[in-house]
Design a protein around this ligand. Structure first.
Ligand code: IPE
Ligand code: IPE
Ligand code: MG
Length: 252
């Protein structure tokens, strides 16, 4: 059951849920002859502004890919910088997020994080848990395949009441973000045309938008361009255009 669908009416043409792969920090820094990590620092400012813009526009949920399950393969000093930056940013932002009615979630396998970071994540989630104005989810040590496997493992632990084969509806409640509507709009900055093991299940019917803009340069104009593109799409979900226009019957 979606907490968003049940509580709020969506604004005309505005996606309810946006998911973003924030890519291009390293290249942004390299272009300026700066260390890669300078791009990550700038990227945090852009996160703050993007949350604000999305909330002001009437978007209800934003899911950001901050660190993938594959990003451990990066140089050790970059990984440890990213972990420290994540901890610092969470710690610094939690009160402001709370005041603005934002619920913060972290999705991914947090068991691999340092106890300090786990503690800050837990605190941020607890403090903001009652907020429903806007749901901000940070995917950290997240992988779409990991998500499906952890959901299958959780389903396996449920008391099995029937011998019927499991269905999508059985697995769904165990996946990350299962209480939110699936992302309507997926954005990837940085020019790569791939999903990189992000929300594999949840993106099944998202509208995909790719931009060459590097994440540290992604501003409200860039966000508006993505939303404008989204508004021009016809979302058919398997139906025909004629069905959507009411010319012939749509079954679902
Ligand atoms: C995305 O930017 C941030 C993370 C993956 C943490 P990158 O660091 O991948 O930047 P590029 O792709 O190397 O420019
Ligand atoms: C995807 O970016 C992960 C995040 C933005 C956190 P990457 O830069 O790691 O993706 P690949 O490796 O180029 O596909
Ligand atoms: Mg990258």
């Amino acid at each position: 059951m979606s907490i968003i669908c049940s509580q709020k009416k969506s604004l005309e043409g505005i996606p309810k849920h946006i998911a973003i792969i924030m890519d291009g920090n390293g290249r942004w820094a390299k272009k300026r002859f700066l260390p890669r990590v300078a791009g990550h620092v700038k990227g945090v400012d852009v996160v703050r502004k993007t949350v604000e813009s999305c909330k002001n526009m009437g978007v209800q949920a934003l899911t950001l890919f901050a660190f993938s399950s594959e990003n451990w393969r990066r140089p050790q000093d970059e990984v440890s910088f990213l972990m420290k930056l994540f901890l610092k940013a969470l710690d610094a932002e939690v009160q402001r997020l709370h005041q603005e009615g934002i619920q913060l979630r972290v999705i991914g396998d947090t068991s691999k994080f340092s106890p300090d970071l786990v503690q800050v994540i837990q605190k941020a989630q607890t403090v903001t848990a009652g907020n429903t104005e806007f749901i901000l989810s940070i995917a950290a040590n997240y992988g779409g395949r990991w998500d499906v496997v952890q959901a299958a493992n959780r389903l396996r632990q449920m008391p099995d009441t029937s011998n019927n084969p499991w269905t999508e509806d059985d697995l769904l409640p165990h996946l990350a973000l299962s209480d939110l509507p699936d992302p309507d709009l997926f954005i990837r900055t940085g020019g790569e045309l791939r999903i990189s093991n992000f929300l594999l299940w949840q993106l099944a019917y998202a509208e995909l938008y790719f931009t060459d803009t590097l994440w540290p340069d992604f501003d409200s104009i860039s966000l508006n361009l993505a939303i404008d593109s989204f508004r021009k799409r016809e979302r058919r979900f398997g139906h025909t255009t004629e069905q959507l226009n009411g010319l012939t019957g749509a079954t679902n």
